[in-house]
Design a protein around this ligand. Structure first.
Ligand code: DWN
Length: 394
């Protein structure tokens, strides 16, 4: 019997991509953000999914190429795929602004990107992009027009798709017999270790463990054969799959090591998530304490990086414009807007102004890049605030 058990209620949340045009919007959409443990597959998911069309539309704000860290990571991965597998064709599911696919102009490269504003960018770059949601129907349409693929890559996208069974079946369908599917998504074990509960929001229907991925994909005849641990996005896994029928590719030792480590950590036990839930509630209390103290001391506090993730923190901890004067963000489509639910203005990044004393790290996952860039702020005594791995002033 499939059992789904709720272990954390994060309250009411808006659509994280809904950056607002004004401070007092009418009819802003909210949903209940709850987290669920699936006892059969050991998956962790949201309790209720938000309609994909509400989230992924032609006003999608996030640009994968916005950070140097990610531009470098995608360029390195492209070289490594080319050197190791020498593919003749590649398909990317969730191609965003083409930051990865642009490295494959010499071979058959195709994108799938349901956010029409983004698909337009890559189509203009000469990368054929289907502006549709990934499905078996689309997989068959692409096969009819372009054939199957040597490599299918998908970063920070599969965790956003509700129907995993159809998703993986369609990936199997679109792969050549010797083809490889590479998935990259935030790691559940890292999320638990870092108490980064902001990995959960409308778009992240799932945060994957290797155990859950192993359990789900075997039904689609896909098999994990290699795993790379990444620092990106607060700790991610790059997981390589082959068709189960392909015996030429050997399963590496790390795969068994990851499965063993996760089991030892308790990824498959409800008690692990109950403990996480208690830690998250404590984190909320302590973060609010920091902001209240700074407010009382009349400090000038801003936000740095109006991330989708930070929406979970701001709305769960009721942090609004009373505590954070404004956010700075380098993404042009977020400039002049307000953060969803918390209604904090977002300003164009032109360096941190001299009067700012504290900056809440919405983009804590880019801490190293940001600390390097903001030496002037740090040297003049400016401090960052982060809730990861626990609420603190850095
Ligand atoms: O999975 C997802 C990830 C990959 O991207 C999506 N569901 C949505 C989005 O989530 P996010 O907003 O939490 O992602 P990032 O990449 O952590 O966002 C970083 C934000 O911070 C961007 O808006 C750019 C901004 N930024 C900045 O203003 N100055 C980033 C850096 C590094 C900077 O120096």
């Amino acid at each position: 019997m499939i059992k789904k058990i709720k272990f954390l209620d994060l309250g009411k949340h808006p659509i994280t991509n809904n950056f607002l045009n004004n401070k007092n919007p009418k009819n802003e959409f909210f949903y209940n953000l709850k987290l669920i443990f699936h006892t059969d597959t050991k998956l962790i998911s949201l309790g209720k999914f938000v309609s994909p069309r509400k989230m992924f539309n032609n006003k999608y704000a996030h640009r994968a190429s916005a950070s140097k860290t990610m531009r470098v990571a995608y360029s390195k991965l492209a070289s490594s795929i080319t050197n190791k597998y020498n593919p003749k064709s590649i398909l990317e599911i969730g191609s965003n602004d083409g930051v990865f696919l642009k490295h494959f102009k010499k071979i058959k490269n195709l994108g799938v990107e349901p956010c029409k504003n983004l698909a337009k960018i890559t189509n203009r770059m000469g990368i054929k992009t289907y502006d549709k949601f990934w499905s078996m129907k689309l997989s068959n349409e692409i096969i009819n027009q372009n054939g199957r693929f040597d490599i299918i890559y998908s970063a920070n996208t599969i965790s956003h798709i509700h129907n995993l069974k159809e998703t993986f079946n369609a990936i199997y369908n679109s792969l050549n017999d010797n083809g490889i599917f590479i998935l990259e998504d935030p790691s559940l074990i890292e999320t638990l270790k870092k108490n980064s509960y902001d990995q959960f929001y409308d778009e992240h229907s799932y945060v994957f463990s290797i155990i859950a991925l192993h359990n789900i994909t075997k039904e689609s005849n896909l098999e994990i054969f290699r795993i790379e641990k990444l620092k990106t996005h607060g700790g991610s896994n790059r997981v390589y799959f082959k068709k189960s029928s392909n015996k030429k590719i050997k399963i590496t030792k790390e795969v068994f090591k990851h499965l063993k480590n996760e089991k030892k950590f308790g990824i498959d036990k409800l008690s692990t998530y109950k403990k996480f839930s208690r830690k998250v509630q404590r984190s909320k209390k302590n973060l609010i304490k920091i902001f209240k103290k700074l407010k009382k001391e009349k400090k000038i506090v801003i936000g740095y990086g109006a991330t989708y993730k930070s929406s979970t923190v701001l709305n769960y901890c009721n942090l609004n414009n009373k505590y954070i004067d404004y956010f700075l963000d380098t993404t042009p489509t977020k400039e002049g807007k307000y953060t969803p639910g918390s209604h904090i203005p977002i300003l164009k990044y032109k360096g941190i102004p001299n009067n700012v004393q504290f900056a809440y790290l919405g983009a804590w996952n880019f801490k190293d890049e940001i600390f390097k860039k903001e030496k002037k702020f740090i040297n003049r005594g400016g401090k960052f605030i982060s809730h990861v791995p626990y609420p603190r002033i850095i």
